[in-house]
Design a protein around this ligand. Structure first.
Ligand code: SF4
Length: 473
């Protein structure tokens, strides 16, 4: 399961803004590994450098030194809407003359196709297949005179998930959609201000966390400092997977350190699904914290049974078929001396299609594990995501097709337990009504039926196209 992107912006005259952005993107690499880019402005013109690959592959001393100015924005991309190709990399520079912006986006716009058609009819041309270009042209098409007015105009038309950084020749803006699906926060450095998807990016560049950018808020940063403009907000829908999996464990969202939230998920699993076992282990890296929580609460010793090759990442070198067949072995290596003859509780963040978990279970069994008890931080995922998470279509989601005992048998575990929705909310320790839980409940925060029907018909095997019966409000 993949999230769509990480964004960053900095307003800091007299600083090397491109270099600051590079290191912030480095800290946000987990949010997207497909392409990276940085745009800067020196007050006269916008420059951009972006390419396919990891942050460290895309930039060199040479490319960074050419990106000069007082303001920069940056982006790590994992493509959801818009295919994986170099024309879709971000930040994008869109517009002409003084009506030009650079923009970077995290999220997914549900009504993007409709808006694209409308803007095309008005004469706007599109060079990419991304939502981001739709947002940019919507801002530029606004009849309002000032930039805040133009962004507000776009926010009134956009439906879905978006956390944005937008740069003009003299301005930096941070924008969070009214649902607040994706996080965004504001920080300060000695000589200016920064905006980032996650607080871990602030820590790495020595910035102080100031606050979250609120759902529906536009943060405007100029030489005069920070101004805030708040749009009316209805239902809030922060993606609960930020807490389960996407965000880094050292990030803080809504005052809650992710590591502690994940540890509490593990403790909740120990209460809801106890079992007799010899060792608890979290699947690295995302379930390590939850593993410690299960161990503390159950009293079962914590151990490490799988080592992760942390540098697998995305690479331009395509594995050949023999290497591809190794699958999960490329990523994890078991420690047989830790596992042989033991009953193991294995904590993982989620089961989506059910393609990886059986391989992990088989790997553990081959290393001599006697019993495998899978415990999963996410409740069963039965509905697809329309807000930028590249999950699966509904017919591919294993929990939409099988009962929990059937999934247990399919993955080859001795037992399987998911954290309940209430258990998850208790672990996160924040009000339930600020979250999107749609992939568990089908209760989407905005209507998505048309999108769902289209996706179902496009992607389901012939003969399986059934109506879904999705709840909406
Ligand atoms: S549907 Fe699931 S993955 Fe998508 S935004 Fe909502 S909680 Fe997150």
């Amino acid at each position: 399961m993949h999230e769509s992107c990480g964004v960053f912006g900095v307003y800091a005259p007299n600083e090397d803004v491109a270099r600051l952005t590079f290191f912030a993107l480095f800290a946000l690499q987990h949010r997207g590994q497909e392409s990276a880019g940085i745009a800067t402005t020196n007050g006269k013109r916008l420059q951009v450098y972006a390419d396919m690959g990891l942050v460290s592959q895309v930039f060199s001393e040479d490319s960074l030194s050419q990106l000069t100015g007082d303001i920069a924005i940056g982006h790590n991309r994992y493509s959801t809407r818009g295919s994986s190709r170099v024309t879709n990399v971000q930040p994008m520079v869109v517009g002409k003359g003084s009506n030009t912006i650079a923009i970077a986006h995290n999220g997914n716009i549900v009504n993007a196709e409709h808006l694209r058609e409308e803007l095309s009819d008005l004469g706007y041309t599109f060079h990419t297949s991304t939502d981001t270009e739709v947002i940019a042209n919507l801002v530029l098409s606004s009849p309002e005179k000032d930039w805040v007015g133009k962004i507000r105009y776009a926010m009134h038309r956009l439906q879905g998930a978006y956390s944005l950084v937008i740069m003009t020749r003299h301005h930096l803006f941070g924008v969070r959609g009214t649902l607040g699906v994706r996080p965004l926060c504001l920080g300060a450095i000695d000589s200016g201000w920064v905006i980032a998807s996650e607080s871990c990016a602030l820590d790495h560049i020595g910035a102080n966390f100031i606050r979250e950018v609120e759902p529906g808020e536009i943060v405007s940063i100029t030489e005069n400092g920070v101004d805030s403009y708040q749009e009316e907000v209805g239902r809030r829908a922060l993606c609960i997977f930020e807490y389960i999996y996407f965000a880094r464990p050292d990030s803080i969202i809504n005052g809650r350190l992710l590591y502690l939230a994940r540890q509490a998920m593990g403790a909740g699993l120990a209460e809801e699904h106890p079992v007799d076992a010899d060792m608890v282990m979290g699947v690295p890296d995302s379930a390590i914290a939850a593993g410690t929580g299960y161990s503390y609460r159950s009293g079962i010793p914590l151990g490490e049974g799988l080592l992760k090759n942390r540098y697998v990442g995305r690479t331009f070198i395509e594995p050949d078929q023999r290497i591809r067949d190794l699958g999960v072995k490329l990523k994890f290596n078991p420690l047989p001396q830790m596992l042989d003859g033991k009953r193991i509780v294995v904590i993982d963040d989620s089961i989506v299609r059910g393609t990886t978990t059986p391989k992990v279970v088989a790997l553990l069994r081959r290393a001599g594990v006697k019993e495998v008890h899978m415990r999963i931080c996410a409740p069963p995922i039965r509905y697809p995501c329309f807000f930028g998470v590249d999950m699966a279509t509904r017919w591919e989601l294993i929990a939409a097709q099988k009962t929990i005992p059937e999934v247990r048998d399919f993955i080859g575990a001795d037992s399987l337990g998911h954290l309940s929705i209430n258990g998850l909310i208790r672990a996160v320790a924040l009000p339930k009504d600020i979250f999107c839980l749609a992939c568990f409940t089908g209760d989407y925060p905005i209507p998505v039926q048309l999108e769902m029907d289209k996706l179902a018909l496009e992607t389901m095997p012939v003969g399986q196209q059934e109506p879904f019966g999705i709840k909406q409000r």
